[in-house]
Design a protein around this ligand. Structure first.
Ligand code: PRX
Length: 664
């Protein structure tokens, strides 16, 4: 862990402020800064009473909780632990008998533009029927089920059905490789995989089931008893007799009614793997009660959801954003939401704008990377500029996953929001379950590039390496001082790693986010300055440098040593740069190009295409200290193309710097 350098001061020149309009304030649930401050004061005065009130008002409990926070085994905090609840009941059944039951829950738009709608009542029937199917196959409460699905209604149904019967799901993003899938199946000890034969993305039919077969065949997946295959396209796929069943055949004859299994509030709703600073991804374990409370409440607070809204979060269900703001939050809040199968650039880069017009989307939530790539496309081709579509339905925009640069913020504000829609720049993480630091549309004055202020009840702060507060204007380490209901409960199967990663001793028991941040001198607004550990953020996706290094050195016939660092990239935020020492002479020219391609493809196979290094440089060696430690700060400077001005006196082999700085 290192404190970010003070050069962050230079990015703090942003002083444009956008106040919410009087009309937005007047209609908002949290109306104006005094209302926000009142909630913060309520939370500060008596946190337990605050959270208890919200949990009672926002969730339906089968058995009410009597205990709010149990901190007797910190940092293994428990919330509402003696309460009993079901997440699927809270997303579906609770709306039955209310005006929401016949409201559209999901507007699904397929890659080819075909649209399917389901109401809450229909979704409940589909979830119940699939839940019965899982039960009939022997899936029980507490079992883990891996979901490797495209963006489809069935993907959401699969997650909700697991929740309904108390099985813990672990969704693996459909872009991950067979190896990555195998590791997650093994780590979770999953009993079943729910997948599709293929997925459609950008007009291409891409295999999913074949990857499941390959992953399971790699071994160590004996826990898997069943593979359920949703037939997304007519193309047949391999089916293993006795193990594999087609979704539509499996559900036939199953009842569309299924009583939810009520579980303790701490029951693990899901485990979602994310990258950390070691080679092995961490299974972030979330609870049922605390998680769901925050999923619903942030829909109401951050997005100020109204009954007539059409909400669209573009994230895939394979990431936390797709869990909280596709599979759970919108349903728990009774929203109509758009679920999109495809990619923003197919059939052209106007797809998002076209879909906003077509479905009259009112709240649009996407990642800065998508915005930046659509800016580039619109600047290159007038025909895909958002001005070609009617975006008048929009009332609120959101950003998530990485810092949004002020230029992209301004473009989003002007060309998508028509200077009318507030932008909520939501800072949060897989581990936090939901939004942490974000503007509230009817209260917070906006500053481009700043996620502004913590939500009520979230004690975010910036500290030094001993956990002492730093003054506004100076950079430091982002922490959360008090537990909150939707926080990570543990790392699946590795409580020690959980403690070490998130609650290091020197930080006074605070939750360590892993990001650097700075608060503005005037308003105390937070600005995230990037990760302070060995985690990269590439197109809003978290990648561990060690994970990529492990993948590279796993190519044992070729690679002797590898070091991976990030470099700023205009489009993807950060780009992956790998420095590689081969077991043979350092290649140059065409040989270097061919080997770089081979290694890139290898990493794609080991982890997934998102982990492929953009730049691979070969060296005779890596810059190391005399004790053999790789000097990553030098590699970071080389990757950026900077002149080395740092102290290199501890370097064993200074000549290597020049060699690595040259492009191969
Ligand atoms: O570095 C921060 C960045 O994304 C990390 C969390 O990644 P992940 O767990 O994959 O979750 C992404 C979706 C919530 C954080 O540690 N990050 C996320 N949102 C923002 C952000 N950085 C700056 N501004 C944000 N709004």
């Amino acid at each position: 862990m290192s404190t970010p350098s003070s050069s962050i001061e230079s990015v703090l020149v942003e002083n444009r402020v956008f106040e919410p309009s009087a009309a937005t304030v007047a209609s908002a649930r949290i109306s104006g800064m005094p209302a926000y401050e009142a909630l913060c004061a309520e939370a500060a005065k008596d946190p337990q009473a605050f959270w208890a009130r919200l949990a009672r008002e926002n969730l339906g409990w089968h058995k009410p909780f009597t205990q709010v926070l149990d901190d007797s085994q910190k940092p293994f905090y428990k919330w509402f632990a003696d309460g009993q609840i079901n997440a699927s009941w809270n997303c579906l059944d609770r709306h039955i008998g209310t005006p929401v039951e016949n409201k559209t829950a999901i507007v699904f738009e397929a890659d080819d533009g075909a649209v399917t709608r389901v109401t809450y009542k229909e979704l409940l029937a589909r979830v119940s029927q699939f839940a019965n199917t899982l039960k009939a196959m022997g899936v029980q409460q507490g079992d883990r089920v891996v979901i490797y699905m495209p963006m489809t209604i069935e993907g959401v149904v699969a997650m909700q059905a697991c929740a309904r019967i108390g099985a813990t799901h672990s969704v693996v993003f459909g872009g991950f490789s067979a190896k990555a899938l195998q590791e997650r199946i093994q780590d979770a000890g999953a009993v079943a995989v729910i997948t599709a034969n293929y997925q459609m993305r950008g007009g291409k039919e891409l295999p999913l089931k074949a990857i499941v077969d390959e992953g399971i065949a790699m071994g160590g997946c004996e826990s898997i008893k069943k593979v359920i295959v949703f037939q997304r396209t007519p193309t047949a796929c391999n089916m293993v007799a006795g193990r594999d069943v087609l979704w539509h055949e499996a559900i036939a004859g199953q009842s569309t009614e299924c009583a939810p299994t009520f579980v303790g509030a701490e029951h693990p709703l899901f485990v979602l793997y994310t990258s950390g600073s070691t080679g092995k991804p961490k299974g972030v374990q979330h609870s049922t009660g605390g998680y769901l409370l925050w999923a619903r409440l942030t829909m109401l607070w951050t997005f100020d959801l109204k009954p007539e809204d059409v909400f669209w979060c573009t994230a895939d269900i394979g990431w936390i954003t797709g869990h909280t703001y596709v599979a759970y939050g919108p349903l728990a809040a009774g929203a109509t939401q758009v679920v999109f199968e495809g990619v923003p650039t197919y059939p052209n880069a106007g797809r998002f704008w076209q879909m906003i017009e077509k479905h009259k989307v009112t709240i649009f939530y996407t990642a800065p990377t998508a915005i930046r790539s659509l800016i580039k496309a619109a600047e290159g081709d007038e025909k895909v500029h958002p001005k070609n579509w009617n975006l008048d339905s929009l009332r609120l925009l959101g950003s998530v996953g990485e810092p949004i640069n002020p230029e992209a913020w301004m473009w989003y504000h002007r060309h998508v929001g028509h200077e009318r829609c507030p932008i909520v720049d939501t800072f949060w993480q897989t581990e936090t379950g939901g939004h942490m630091i974000t503007p509230l549309p009817g209260a917070t004055p906006l500053v481009p590039g700043s996620c502004t202020l913590p939500l009520p009840g979230i004690e975010a702060a910036i500290v030094d390496e001993q956990g002492n507060d730093v003054p506004n204007g100076s950079g430091g380490i982002l922490v959360v001082k008090k537990p909150w209901p939707s926080m990570i409960r543990t790392i699946w199967g590795d409580p020690e790693r959980f403690k070490k990663s998130y609650f290091p001793e020197e930080l006074k028991g605070y939750y360590l986010a892993g990001d650097g941040a700075v608060r503005s001198a005037d308003r105390g607004y937070f600005r995230i300055t990037g990760r302070i550990d060995d985690v990269l953020n590439v197109s809003g996706h978290r990648m561990g440098t060690m994970e990529i290094e492990s993948a590279l050195v796993a190519k044992t016939d070729l690679v002797a040593e590898a070091a991976v660092v990030g470099r700023p990239d205009d489009l993807t935020g950060e780009a992956i740069v790998a420095f590689v020492v081969l077991k043979r002479a350092r290649p140059t020219g065409d040989e270097a190009k061919a080997l770089a391609k081979e290694l890139r493809d290898w990493v794609g196979k080991e982890i997934g295409p998102i982990a492929k290094p953009k730049d691979i440089r070969f060296g005779d060696n890596l810059p190391k200290t005399r004790s053999g430690k790789i000097m990553r700060r030098l590699l970071r400077a080389i990757a950026k193309g900077e002149a080395i001005t740092q102290d290199v006196s501890t370097l064993e082999n200074p000549a290597i710097l020049e060699q690595l700085a040259q492009n191969n």
